[in-house]
Design a protein around this ligand. Structure first.
Ligand SMILES: [Zn+2]
Length: 241
């Protein structure tokens, strides 16, 4: 028998699909190993004790053995399943967006302690703090950009380096640019720039500088938060493509 390596990771289930008749292949975003796939054996059977570990948002300590290219889950100690998320449709949708972002765009082998901690804190803020899900997800996108190497600098224009009082998202310069640079860019038909209202820039800066536990204190009108989040999602979409 070949020797199997054993691992213990703390992670959240971010995806899964059925595998053979009774098994499930789950995707875990973990603190220690980043994004991994692991097999839950017999989980589709009637008496499986690991059933809850096949559900998205399951936050747990996973005992794993590595055999060849993949992991097999041997034991799961649940920490949380963020069940209350399902009680509010809007919160659930936004939390699911974070889940999909991790599932689709974290590359295998990419380990980021900072992003993992942000992910957990954001899930907690939405589930337990009654924080605006839109504000929370906006912060998660900022951390995600950071992790991809596209952190936004709220103090200086990424083109002319002038001090920023208002900022606009620029794909060409990979960050925030000032008003002057935006109007200059607008004359060039080949570039994509996203203008931000002064208020949106101010909120984004506050969201960026607030600890996750205090996100609940940020009160933004839902329509403003919704538009800001849409803009940010669009920008991230461009960056990812
Ligand atoms: Zn500028």
């Amino acid at each position: 028998m070949s020797s199997a390596e054993e691992y213990r990771v703390t992670g959240v289930v971010i995806g899964g699909s059925n595998y053979r008749e009774k098994d499930k292949l789950i995707t875990i975003f973990s603190l220690e190993l980043g994004k991994i796939s692991a097999l839950l054996k017999g989980v589709n059977g009637a008496n499986s004790k690991l059933k809850y570990a096949s559900q998205p948002f399951c936050f747990a300590v996973f005992e794993l053995v590595k055999k060849g290219d993949f992991f097999i889950v041997t034991q799961v100690s649940a920490i949380d399943n963020f069940f209350e998320l399902t009680e509010n449709y809007d919160n659930f949708i936004e939390a699911s967006y974070m889940l999909k972002l991790c599932n689709n765009y974290i590359k295998s082998g990419m380990v980021s302690e900072q992003l993992f901690i942000s992910f957990i804190n954001c899930l907690k803020a939405i589930t337990y703090d009654n924080a605006s899900a839109q504000v929370v997800v906006a912060q998660f996108i900022l951390r995600f950009l950071d992790c991809l190497g596209y952190a936004l600098d709220f103090s200086t224009c990424s083109k002319c380096e002038a001090k920023l009082y208002n900022g606009n998202l620029s794909l060409v310069h990979g960050g925030l640019i000032c008003e002057n640079c935006l109007s200059f860019e607008k004359n060039d038909f080949n570039v994509q720039e996203i203008g931000l209202k002064k208020q949106e820039f101010a909120y984004l800066k506050i969201i960026n500088n607030t600890t996750p536990a205090k996100l609940k204190n940020i009160k933004v009108k839902q329509i403003v938060a919704g538009e800001l989040l849409k803009t940010l999602k669009d920008y991230l979409g461009y960056v990812l493509n």
